[in-house]
Design a protein around this ligand. Structure first.
Ligand SMILES: NC(=O)C1=CN([C@@H]2O[C@H](COP(=O)(O)OP(=O)(O)OC[C@H]3O[C@@H](n4cnc5c(N)ncnc54)[C@H](O)[C@@H]3O)[C@@H](O)[C@H]2O)C=CC1
Ligand SMILES: O=C(O)[C@@H]1CCC=N1
Length: 273
């Protein structure tokens, strides 16, 4: 891979750029970025990472092996309309990380036979710990999928799914870090309410999250079994969990994921042809 072009230079593009550079997937100069009328942002990314920045779409796209659409969904139509006249060749893979938007919608703006791949990474790409799912459009072959999977594997784990799973993926791992940060926020506030020093609670909480994720990864036990192992009858965990049960926290988490998946689906319907 010699050149990756990002159309949209926001938070998620930066997370991927950081990861790709840290993983030495390609030289920083081979990563090209443009965005929408924000020169200061492009300059900032150039200064921080040594990436190539441009406002010229022809330069951006010329010889790019992979083109990553990384603008907000609301800006997709304008970006796609301008790509329409770009003379892409059928070896260039167009990857979209946009929530909700289907490959069929993207394909409708691109030359016939253009390989299109939908990907849903998350912000942990910044530290090479992203969880990404990738789904093929109709013209993306197995070689294209290998190229895109290997790109996302440089910034964490990547799995290939059918496109119909993407709303669920978006709700679980795309938005997922935000739910966990929400829980961390609540635990931090609760720590101070029970009298723990902020720096001590931060250290303990980070290791508690890391340890729990590794336990799930490395043991054969389910989350429910791991939880049961901590919960002594009449003990502290039982006292805490009974409050979560009374307050319907599990149902609230399930409703949260369903709402995110429904929103992804709705966004897809808003952008359909
Ligand atoms: N933030 C996250 O955790 C995740 C976001 N995504 C998806 O990534 C996409 C980007 O999200 P963020 O980086 O958070 O947004 P952002 O708002 O930080 O960045 C979007 C960038 O796109 C640029 N832009 C808009 N229209 C453009 C155009 N026509 N041509 C070139 N650049 C254009 C804007 O100037 C801005 O710099 C969204 O579609 C979102 O669904 C996917 C996974 C996780
Ligand atoms: O909130 C969003 O729409 C994006 C998609 C996944 C994470 N952030």
């Amino acid at each position: 891979m010699k050149k990756i072009a990002f159309v949209g230079a926001g938070a998620m593009a930066e997370a991927l750029v950081k990861g790709l550079i840290a993983a030495e997937h390609l030289p920083a100069k081979g990563i090209w970025l443009t965005n929408h009328a924000n020169d200061a942002r492009l300059q900032e990314l150039h200064a921080a990472y040594g990436v190539t920045i441009t406002r010229n779409q022809t330069d951006l796209l010329k010889d790019a092996d992979v083109i990553i659409l990384s603008m907000k969904p609301k800006d997709a139509e304008a970006a796609l309309s301008s790509l329409k006249s770009a003379n892409l060749n059928s070896k260039q893979i167009v990857v979209s990380i946009l929530a909700g938007i289907h490959t069929s919608f993207l394909e409708s703006y691109l030359p016939s036979n253009q390989p299109v791949v939908r990907a849903m990474p998350n912000t942990s790409a910044t530290i090479l710990e992203a969880a990404t799912a990738v789904a093929a459009g109709v013209h993306a072959g197995s070689e294209d999928m290998k190229v895109v999977s290997s790109l996302f594997k440089t910034v964490g784990e990547a799995v290939e799914v059918e496109e119909e799973a993407m709303d669920a993926v978006t709700a679980i791992s795309g938005s997922g870090p935000a739910y966990l940060y929400y829980m961390m926020e609540a635990l931090e506030e609760a720590s101070s309410q029970v009298g723990l020093d902020e720096s001590v609670s931060k250290q303990l909480l980070i290791q508690t999250f890391k340890g729990a994720a590794k336990m799930l990864e490395q043991s054969d036990l389910t989350p429910a079994q791991l939880r049961a192992n901590i919960t002594s009858a009449g003990g502290t965990t039982a006292a805490g969990i009974s409050v979560l049960e009374e307050q319907g926290v599990k149902a609230a988490i399930q409703a949260c994921v369903k709402a995110a998946a429904a929103r992804s689906k709705e966004m897809g319907q808003a952008f359909s042809k």
